[in-house]
Design a protein around this ligand. Structure first.
Ligand code: MRU
Length: 369
């Protein structure tokens, strides 16, 4: 996707040295567009933990490049295992992280030690390229839902509510929840996006609004508590969100607050879609509320807010009494029964085991076993 006319991916190999990893520092957006250079696994782990990069598919791709960077230092099997364990511990909820690292491990363990460095970069690049292709396909499939609404709406803009940032900044390119919106907008369908600000880190106000603005998609930032009111008044045609992990039965873990939006959508008969690539489906988990680990992040993310002061400087201010404790569960799980369905790179399905296996039949033997 483009920023001010320049095409970007959210992670790439430095074209000059051919080995270091470049990322956009998402902690600086929307105020500063800084490109960071990562040269070691330690820097990759820090980038993921501190959310310089975030979003389930992107942290998977960046971790894959982290495995490749580690091969420059040590190609032994023991080092590989230690690096994988360290990277997996950075953020527990998004299954794409473990998926990408396990794929790298499988590939590297079956590769001669002398070839591991080269193969690691190849495999990480494949993971990144596949993510782009999958998200593009999600965009094509999801656009059909928006087109259907557009026919019903008779020419007025289709109002879509989204939570957090599941756009191109959260993936290698295109995004998941935003991919259908970009596809619809590019095809000339009139769309307008309600952007939940997404406290505590404001990925909606800071990142989704930034992306949509750079692409020229009409949007309005709302506080997280406004969605239910807008739905009651007929101002939301459909909701599309991403996910960090979807169980084999269709439960979806996503940014904290998603569940409340799904409840409001259910109460108001507003379709609620979750857009995910196959890499976000955890075929080993059936009960999302019970079994998906929910990341607990620092209390300071709740008790402070970062923004741009009127003099142009970026400042962090405290918004709660200094002696008040705060809790910060970063994700919640929306039970499958509240979802209208899932949008994947292979098409659209019900948020059920049968629906998912219809699109991913190769997972059926694993389920039976
Ligand atoms: O904590 P974050 O910003 O990494 O959370 C991101 C989300 O919740 C996204 O909706 C999810 O990862 C899907 S990204 C395509």
């Amino acid at each position: 996707m483009k920023i001010d006319g320049t095409p970007y991916r959210s992670v790439w190999v430095d074209p000059i040295d051919g080995w270091s990893i470049r990322i956009l520092d998402q902690t600086g957006l929307p105020w500063n567009l800084d490109i960071l250079r990562l040269t070691s696994v330690r820097e990759v782990a820090h980038a993921i933990r501190s959310m310089q990069v975030r979003g389930a598919p992107l942290i998977g791709a960046v971790a894959a490049y982290g495995m490749a960077l580690s091969m420059r230092a040590d190609t032994s099997a023991d080092a590989m295992t230690a690096t994988a364990t360290a990277l997996k511990a950075t953020r527990p909820t998004a299954v794409n992280l473990a998926w990408a690292i396990d794929r790298m491990l499988t590939r590297l363990r079956s590769t001669r030690q002398a070839d591991r460095l080269r193969v690691a970069y190849q495999e990480a690049a494949l993971i990144a390229d596949e993510d782009v292709a999958q998200n593009e396909a999600i965009g094509r499939h999801g656009m059909t839902l928006i087109a259907r609404e557009a026919v019903r709406a008779g020419g007025r803009p289709i109002n879509i509510l989204t939570h957090c940032n599941a756009g191109w900044l959260a993936t290698v390119d295109w995004g998941t929840a935003l991919a259908p919106i970009y596809a619809a907008h590019d095809a000339g369908l009139p769309v307008h996006v309600w952007v939940d600000e997404t406290r505590p880190r404001n990925q909606g106000a800071g990142l989704t609004a930034y992306e949509l603005g750079k692409h020229g998609v009409p949007h309005t930032v709302i506080v997280d508590n406004a969605g239910g009111h807008l739905m009651q008044h007929g101002s939301v045609d459909l909701c599309i969100v991403g996910a960090d992990r979807v169980t084999r039965t269709g439960d979806a873990a996503n940014k904290i607050g998603t569940y409340l939006k799904a409840l409001a959508a259910h109460d108001n008969g507003v379709p609620f879609w979750v857009a995910v690539p196959g890499t976000t489906i955890d075929w080993n988990v059936a009960d999302g509320v019970r079994d998906i680990p929910i990341e607990e992040r620092p209390a300071t993310e709740v008790t402070t807010v970062t923004g741009r002061a009127m003099d142009g400087s970026v400042v962090t201010v405290r918004i709660a009494p200094s002696d008040s404790p705060a809790a910060n569960p970063a994700f919640d799980v929306t039970p499958a029964r509240l979802l209208t369905g899932l949008i994947t790179e292979r098409g659209i399905c019900a948020a059920t085991a049968t629906g998912l296996l219809g699109l991913f039949p190769e997972q059926a033997p694993a389920q039976a076993g």
